[in-house]
Design a protein around this ligand. Structure first.
Ligand SMILES: Cc1cc2nc3c(=O)[nH]c(=O)nc-3n(C[C@H](O)[C@H](O)[C@H](O)COP(=O)(O)O)c2cc1C
Length: 169
């Protein structure tokens, strides 16, 4: 799939088939994250790839707004440098890259925004100085629960030319 097509068709995916995700695809997804822009090129991120079912189940129980996490065949947990001013912005870009790359390869994910960070950090043995940024479940689509199209704000509500309020390009 072309990059632009992947970016504009991607949807969050909150259900997953049982099909395993190939390790090479997980590696390609992590590499897409590693290639994100970062302030001063500090790359203030770490990626923990998880395929162990027991770990996924335990970690999923700590994802308050990610009840779908335990059914995913694989997770990528993103940790941020707790002392880096731009870590949130940079990690968010890495997440977007990974979501788009996964979609281009037929996989889906959903950002999990609320979780018990300390419990997950302990489970994964995150070293001090690193904080949990997010948990991303990855997998193929569950045909019974495909991703839903989102209502996108109309173009002329958010795009302006030369001056704010001028919608004629
Ligand atoms: C910072 C952030 C946090 C999010 N947290 C959650 C979450 O905790 N649970 C969830 O189901 N979706 C979460 N989402 C997914 C959004 O609901 C989703 O991206 C949005 O509805 C637009 O849908 P789309 O990504 O398919 O275009 C989060 C997205 C972002 C960017």
């Amino acid at each position: 799939m072309e990059a632009l097509e992947a970016i504009t068709t991607r949807r969050v995916q909150r259900a997953f088939s049982n099909q395993a995700v190939e390790p090479e695809k997980l590696n390609a997804i992590v590499d897409a994250g590693r290639h994100a822009m970062s302030a001063k090129n500090q790359q203030p991120w770490q990626f923990v790839v998880i395929r162990d079912r027991d770990t996924i189940a335990k970690l999923g129980a700590f994802c308050t707004t990610g009840k779908f996490v335990p059914e995913a065949p694989a997770l990528i947990v993103v940790a941020k440098d707790a002392n880096n001013q731009w870590a949130d912005v940079d990690c968010a870009q890495a997440v977007q890259n990974m979501a788009d790359a996964a979609w281009a390869m037929g996989l889906g994910t959903c950002w999990v925004g609320n979780f018990e960070a300390e419990q997950i950090a302990r489970l994964l043995e995150l070293p001090s100085g690193w904080a949990l940024f997010t948990v991303l479940p990855f997998g193929y689509q569950n045909s019974q629960k495909p991703p839903q199209a989102k209502p996108l704000k109309p173009r002329n509500e958010v795009v302006h030319f030369e001056r704010f309020g001028n919608h004629q390009g």
